[in-house]
Design a protein around this ligand. Structure first.
Ligand code: HAH
Length: 344
């Protein structure tokens, strides 16, 4: 099949313009390599890595904002919204923040002060330019009979590190929409824990405005009914919902093959059907879901290459490695046209 120009295809952001924002995770490299695709098809971006703690704050007195700045600048020049990811997380966070010079553990009070300095410096730098922040990422445990994930934050500050992070973020930018973000978010046990956490934050008057459903799913699971039940449950808290890191791996949980050079026809067909079912569900809940972000732009780059199976490429998006629309894209275009949208 011959290559078509990106602008020949209806923008997915335009297709869903009445429903929610459509975003992509980006890096300093992809804002160059995927420039035309990103500016045509998306109206929101997230820095995949460049706003994470280890990237912007590698040492106590050193902030490295150059790459994050490039991404925010790209958004500004192209009229794209920015989601901020992420302020407080157990992962990709440099150990200095938890330690004294001699390597010993700092006190709760000291860590709260460092937390405040970090949140303040990062949020103030991009004040007014970020429409929503993932304030806390992945604080809930995946284990049965364990509520919060063991982490340095939990160990040193205690249970209220989450509430503290939200209060500090709100004090810096009272108008920013503040989100709790997590994965395995539609698995009933974890869903109920996330619900419980957010409900208790709300009961305590903590300023939290939304729940981020990461959406790292595959061509078979989780089933649509689980996604629906999770959306219903979270929406019942009266908060905004964002789908923050959507991708549909072409590999089911038990498929560990590493020999595929390209996705099979069957994978692409299943993926297309899943995208259609998932977005048709999202459209049903458009009053709650205000933003849907893919964790990348096209199949030339995804964090799922080599993860969790080494030596294996993945093809999780709507556009292939040459930025051409896949069957998944056409299913979504169809879905929106059927419902009477889709003018250029
Ligand atoms: C997400 N974690 C993170 O929020 C994001 O920052 C990162 O770029 C990719 C995925 C999901 C996750 C993980 O990192 C490890 C195991 C399971 C899920």
């Amino acid at each position: 099949m011959s290559k078509t120009k990106i602008i020949d295809h209806k923008s997915i952001a335009e297709l869903f313009a009445d429903d929610f924002l459509i975003g992509a995770a980006v890096s300093p490299l992809t804002i160059q390599k995927q420039r035309d695709l990103l500016t045509h098809h998306f109206n929101s971006i997230t820095a995949e890595n460049e706003m994470k703690f280890e990237r912007v704050h590698p040492e106590e007195n050193e902030y490295t904002f150059e790459k994050a700045d490039q991404i925010v600048e790209f958004a500004k020049n192209n009229n794209l919204g920015v989601r901020g990811h992420t302020l407080i997380w157990h992962n990709q966070t440099t150990d200095w923040i938890f330690q004294n010079q001699d390597g010993s553990e700092i006190s709760r009070q000291q860590l709260l002060e460092r937390m405040q300095t970090h949140i303040k410096t990062v949020m103030q730098r991009y004040k007014g330019q970020i429409y929503a922040w993932d304030v806390v990422n992945e604080a809930i445990s995946d284990k049965e009979n364990e509520f919060l994930r063991p982490s340095k934050w939990l160990e040193i500050v205690g249970d209220d590190f989450i509430a503290e992070a939200f209060r500090l973020a709100h004090a810096v930018e009272p108008n920013a929409a503040l989100f709790y973000n997590d994965y395995n978010e539609v698995i009933p046990e974890k869903r109920d824990k996330i619900y419980h956490l957010v409900q208790s934050l709300l009961n305590d008057g903590v300023p939290i405005h939304g729940i981020g459903l990461q959406g790292h799913w595959n061509i078979q699971t989780p089933e649509i009914d689980w996604i629906r039940a999770a959306i219903e449950k979270y929406a019942s808290l009266g908060l905004e919902l964002h789908i923050t890191e959507l991708d549909l791996s072409v590999f089911t949980h038990d498929d560990k093959r590493t020999d595929l050079k390209e996705p099979t026809e069957e994978m692409l067909a299943l993926q297309a059907k899943r995208y259609k079912d998932i977005f048709s569900l999202f459209k049903e809940y458009r009053n709650y879901i205000t933003s849907v972000t893919f964790w990348g732009g096209a199949d030339d780059y995804t964090w799922l290459d080599n993860f969790p199976v080494r030596g294996r490429k993945n093809w999780p998006f709507l556009f292939d490695q040459y930025h051409q629309p896949k069957r998944s894209y056409w299913e979504l275009a169809d879905l929106c046209m059927q419902q009477g949208r889709g003018g250029n």
